[in-house]
Design a protein around this ligand. Structure first.
Ligand SMILES: Nc1ncnc2c1ncn2[C@@H]1O[C@H](COP(=O)(O)OP(=O)(O)O)[C@@H](O)[C@H]1O
Ligand SMILES: [Mg+2]
Length: 260
């Protein structure tokens, strides 16, 4: 079991992430604040998704991948021998770039995951609560038995968020969750994130600078090291500072669009 209390939602210590011999992410030290939105930004290929997936051990599905250093949840290393990765993924949920509902009804998209996680309560209530929590209930309450595929892209993404919160995670990881969506659906996801942060910690990868500036409280800027193909976090601060007076010239060039 994972203990319950610490100052930060999650923390990395000298974290490096490898694919075989290739060190994709090198030496990251981050302290993610609870019930805040933290954005991870940086040019393509610098390791944003790799870092995000390490937070809930999703990289375990890539057989060659391994980590050095630690990721601490409440002071416990998530890569410790006694840790069950399935339990990690329940506590730390994930929403992907492309909405990926199951080929099931709207209702079952939420009920199925919860059932697998051993949920014993009233399923109708859980489905309603989760859909309300993802600002989708009013749009789907009359068609819960219909296929999730009948929903629009933006609705499907909110359904995936509802599915993620149904198992009551502490942290929700989002990898470019709106980049496949139209501007209105994107705005709805951003508004929803502001609601969700009252109860959850959110870490979002985005290549959209306006989005990072709009939604996040903290921003981690990633970049490749010179002379290697390894990425790292070069600057981490309140979003307002990253976007108005960053300390690193490379951050300034990136957020003002001069690079990347
Ligand atoms: N499954 C994988 N196997 C091997 N290399 C990978 C894998 N996924 C990503 N990489 C490599 O790791 C580096 C970082 O990729 P990624 O985390 O996807 O970057 P970003 O999300 O910032 O674009 C890249 O060099 C990429 O080619
Ligand atoms: Mg990526």
């Amino acid at each position: 079991m994972l203990p319950e209390n610490s100052q930060y939602a999650i923390e990395t210590r000298n974290l490096s992430i490898f694919y075989g011999n290739f060190e994709a992410v090198k030496n990251v030290n981050l302290q993610i604040e609870k019930q805040r939105i933290t954005a991870i930004i940086g040019p393509s290929g610098c390791g944003k998704s790799t870092l995000l997936r390490a937070f809930n051990r999703m990289n375990d599905f890539v057989p060659s991948s391994h980590v050095k250093g630690e990721i601490l949840l409440h002071g416990t290393n998530l890569y410790g021998k006694e840790i069950d990765p399935v339990e990690v993924r329940r506590k730390i949920g994930m929403v992907f770039q492309k909405p990926n509902p199951f080929p099931k009804s709207i209702y079952e998209n939420i009920a199925w995951g919860a059932r697998i996680n051993g949920y014993k309560g009233n399923m109708d209530d859980l489905v309603e609560q989760s859909l309300r929590g993802a600002a989708l209930w009013d749009e789907v309450k009359d068609k819960l038995k219909q296929s999730a595929y009948a929903l629009s892209g933006g609705q499907q993404q909110r359904l995936c968020i509802a599915r993620a919160i149904a198992v009551q995670p502490e942290i929700i990881l989002m990898d470019e969750p709106a980049s496949a969506l139209d501007p209105i659906s994107t705005l709805r996801i951003e508004e929803l994130m502001q609601e969700l942060k009252k109860n959850y910690t959110i870490i979002i990868v985005t290549h959209n600078m306006q989005q990072a500036a709009r939604v996040s409280d903290y921003t981690a800027m990633m970049m490749l090291y010179e002379d290697t193909r390894s990425g790292t976090v070069i600057e981490y601060d309140k979003t307002e500072i990253i976007f108005t007076r960053p300390k690193d010239k490379r951050t300034e060039d990136y957020v003002t669009g001069r690079f990347g």
